[in-house]
Ligand binder design. Structure first.
Ligand SMILES: *Cc1c(COP(=O)(O)O)cnc(C)c1O
Length: 419
């Protein structure tokens, strides 16, 4: 069981919404820091130092990246703007991982200029990188284990995934890179998304560790690190349980001793690029009920929409809902909680048991700290919300203002359009 509580009281929230109108996402700094510390503590045994490169796409706000940097995290990027955000908070060089795919030349050029760790997605990118940006002295390849590994529901079967090298391509690729004078090697894979089973990550690590032993032996190269990717899940539903990081870490530690130390391949750094697990549970989307509609069903209309949180509409994902001040009120029957897009799937919840809802009620959607605001879009002329930070001392700062019509029209140069 994961308890779905709020990091603020009703009184505090009433004060916050006076200053910052709903809808907005609000992030809990104290909880983000505590979680980051627990993550690092779980891996404090790892030789050469453990690093999580936070997947910037999960919550691309520099104020959040800065907090994570202060907790020792790097950044995992897959576009030029993500690289720029990481650079803005003072991350540099080897503190940044560039795990892109279908990469345009100018992004390789930028990545090389910044001297970040480049993770190639395909063997054909070796020539492409050499031609466009030059070969760095360190390289990582993304492995796609294909049928050797079962995928999970969100990411699907590895052999259908567009990502990564086959095993044979890894051998060819590292050999070519060695011939080109590359000195530092890394191996990456990511085969799961929102996975709650800790054993899955230990199995993935085993796959990579075995491969490092095989590649090192065959090619005579020394690996600096393995990167287990992201994909650690969070308990969106109250009946689910958070992944025990100590179990993942303990499992990997035992394998490391057996496979890496005994083969004389230590130190081999363990790194990850988790996004969801790092900030997801510590973000909340706060909205106001603006309509209550009764037809064949009961519809509760909010002032937010799937433009603020797309996961329920996109994947049918569950996000827990708390009606502020009615935490202990009796359930009043199932309702659909909707946004205002002209899309019938713009629903945050379908047939959800909730207390009696009235206009003006404040609704909090849980677990929006990753892949929440970040997935927002402007369809139907919907403007994106603000992002707030609940600081450790209980004060609240706006870390991104809400969009205005002028932002929406910024790329249009049309006479007569009022901005
Ligand atoms: C999305 C992504 C991540 C982060 O995934 P989470 O589920 O947020 O942990 C990490 N690495 C790569 C390459 C990704 O595409």
């Amino acid at each position: 069981m994961s308890e779905k509580t709020l990091p603020f009281t009703q009184e505090q929230l009433n004060e916050i919404v006076k200053k910052y109108p709903t809808p907005f996402h609000i992030y809990d700094e104290k909880a983000i820091r505590a979680n980051a510390r627990a993550f690092y503590k779980a891996f404090d045994w790892a030789p050469g130092g453990f690093t999580n490169f936070y997947a910037v796409k999960a919550c691309p706000n520099p104020y959040i990246l800065q907090i994570l940097k202060e907790e020792g995290m790097g950044a995992d990027c897959s576009s030029l703007p993500e690289l720029m955000l990481s650079e803005a908070v003072g991350l540099k060089g080897q503190q940044i991982f560039f795990s892109s795919n279908d990469t345009p030349a100018e992004e390789f050029v930028a990545a090389r200029k910044m001297d970040v760790i480049i993770n190639l997605d395909d063997i054909s990118h070796i020539d492409y990188l050499e031609k466009t940006a030059g070969i760095p002295d360190g390289i990582c390849f993304r492995y796609n284990p294909g049928p050797l590994k079962k995928g999970n529901v969100i990411i699907g079967k590895p052999e259908d995934a567009k990502y990564g090298f086959t095993k044979k391509q890894l051998f060819d690729g590292y050999k070519r890179m060695k011939e080109k004078g590359v000195k530092h090697f890394g191996l990456h894979t990511m085969v799961a998304s929102n996975e709650l089973n800790w054993e899955y990550f230990v199995e993935t690590a085993e796959l990579l560790l075995d491969l490092v032993v095989e590649l090192s032996g065959t090619l005579g190269i020394k690996f600096d690190f393995i990167n287990l990717g992201g994909g650690i899940g969070i308990p969106y539903k109250p009946e689910e349980e958070a992944v025990d990081l100590n179990k993942i870490s303990g499992g990997i530690k035992a394998l490391y001793k057996k496979k890496i130390e005994d083969a004389g391949l230590s130190p081999l750094r363990i790194i990850t690029e988790s996004g969801r697990m790092v900030t997801g549970p510590f973000g909340y989307l706060v909205s106001t009920v603006i309509h209550r509609k009764q037809t064949y069903k009961t519809f509760i209309g909010l002032d937010s929409s799937m433009a603020d949180l797309m996961r329920p509409a996109l994947y049918g994902a569950y996000h827990h809902i708390t009606v502020v001040g009615k935490e202990n009120a009796p359930m009043a029957g199932p309702v659909d909680v909707t946004g205002s897009l002209c899309e019938n799937n713009d629903k945050f919840a379908v047939d959800r048991e909730l207390p009696v809802l009235e206009t003006g009620d404040l609704i909090v959607m849980h677990d929006t700290g990753a892949h929440g605001y970040a997935m927002g879009f402007n369809y139907n002329g919907k403007l994106r919300s603000a992002e707030l930070l609940l600081k450790e001392d209980g004060s609240v700062v706006e870390i991104r203002r809400a969009e205005t019509e002028a932002d929406y029209f910024a790329t249009l140069d049309y006479p007569g359009l009022k901005k």
